[in-house]
Design a protein around this ligand. Structure first.
Ligand code: FAD
Length: 391
């Protein structure tokens, strides 16, 4: 069964263009990614080449305007593609999303015309890969406490500090970095775009629970040079760039979570209908059926909320609250779906030779990055209750 192409009413409101791009992504994901996912994850192999192949299909340029080589499509298209890639291999979807959501999108939304000309075409074609450097060893959720500095001199800026947990950091050659230019607090932070070069090193790959087919690195900035025209957005508005990027990025992580949940559901259904116990398939036991039915319903709800958030983003509406809701809900569905798949597969669910175990580890990330679930609850609460909900 392929739940993405099942023709049920969930996708009835999509345009023909959206359906086409989703189907293209589905075919690419199922033929070029899914068959390799087990090996890539076992060998901790990041298939940069496969992500680059997505450029040939126009997928890396989804969000970029046509004048920079992009397709000028929208968040809805991005989410549809993201679900497909994530259902095939979560690590590869991280590489893909980091390029679009965390590199191309902030350039499109905050870059000057010159900055767009300079960097977008290479990012869209896959000639270059970017990464988003916000988190530091001592500043994660509390972004306003970041310590990386950018010191101004006659020629521009000198950036020093350490960033951690940087997706694509091990192979990226373009770095969006948030650094302190003007004293403490949120208003002292500015954003920069810097090229790989002197003073900039991916100091180590961080060993992690899952996402073994993606790169997550610590990045050291030691007097890295940035010209004045490499500042992204206004001076002192760096955290606005960062947080606006995450507002949309969370919708994409919700789509990733839906993809993970769908893969887990498909796995469980396939296994339950084939595995026999007590004289027939285990699918005939209500104890096996009901968790599958429950997750199927919750996946539909998570997908609808995610696409609703994407549509709102495409209409220009604020998505701070709805994006947080989508990520909060979908990430829990992903974790529960992966758990359900492990349980349905019994002992084989615990085996590294079956995909349920990988999905179980990979699903867990969706409750952590681009804002933990606690931070999503905080965002939603503040949106609902204003200053009364601020500590
Ligand atoms: C695989 C992976 C990839 C990542 N990729 C990137 C990337 O590309 N770029 C990047 O910049 N970052 C990236 N991150 C970092 C990620 O966004 C952070 O890990 C995340 O924001 C949480 O920050 P932290 O780890 O410092 O946890 P902390 O902020 O220290 O939080 C620890 C715990 O305290 C809770 N907590 C903190 N503050 C509050 C509060 N106010 N109310 C309630 N609870 C609270 C948190 O929810 C969490 O449970 C990545 C992380 C991982 C694991």
């Amino acid at each position: 069964m392929n739940a993405s192409a099942d023709g049920n009413g969930l996708y009835a409101l999509l345009s023909d263009e959206h359906v086409q791009i989703r189907d293209m992504a589905n075919e690419f994901a199922q033929t070029r990614i899914a068959p390799n996912a087990e090996n890539w994850n076992r060998d901790k192999h990041v298939s940069v080449e496969t992500v680059r192949e997505m450029a040939d299909l126009g997928l890396l340029g989804l969000l970029a305007p046509e004048e920079f080589g992009g397709a000028g499509l929208d968040m809805t298209a991005f989410c549809l593609v993201m679900e497909e890639i994530s259902a095939a291999d979560v690590g590869t979807s991280v590489s893909f999303a980091t390029q679009l959501s965390l590199t191309i999108a902030p350039l499109v939304n905050f870059g000057t015309e010159e900055q767009k000309q300079r960097w977008l075409p290479d990012l869209v074609s896959g000639a270059r890969f970017g990464c988003y450097n916000l988190t530091e060893p001592d500043a994660g959720s509390d972004t306003a406490s970041l310590r990386t500095t950018a010191v101004e001199d006659d020629d521009g800026w000198s950036i020093s500090g350490t960033k951690t947990w940087i997706s694509n950091g091990g192979f990226a050659d373009l770095f969006i970095v948030f650094a302190r230019t003007d004293g403490p607090g949120a208003k002292g932070v500015s954003a920069f775009v810097v090229d790989a070069g002197e003073g900039l090193t991916a100091s180590r790959e961080i060993p992690k629970m899952g996402l073994h087919s993606s790169s997550t690195a610590e990045i050291a900035f030691d007097g890295v040079r940035a010209e004045r025209d490499q500042m992204l957005g206004e001076r002192g508005a760096g955290l606005s760039v960062a947080l606006a990027t995450l507002d949309s990025g969370r919708i994409v992580i919700a789509a990733q979570a839906v993809g993970i949940a769908r893969a887990a559901l498909e796995l469980a259904i396939g296994y339950a209908t084939e595995r026999e116990a007590f004289g027939g398939p285990i699918a005939r036991f209500q104890g096996v059926q009901f968790p599958i039915a429950e997750i199927a319903a919750r996946i539909d709800a998570a997908r609808l909320l995610t696409l609703h958030a994407a549509c709102l983003r495409d209409s220009g509406a604020p998505v701070n609250e709805i994006g947080a809701k989508a990520k909060l809900l979908a990430s829990q569905v992903a974790v529960d779906a992966a758990d359900m798949a492990v349980q349905t597969l019994g002992g084989y669910g615990y085996s590294a030779e079956f995909a349920a175990e990988r999905l179980y580890r990979d699903a867990r990330i969706t409750k952590l990055y681009e804002g933990t679930s606690e931070i999503q609850r905080m965002v939603i609460s503040r949106s609902l209750m204003g200053s009364a909900a601020r500590s």
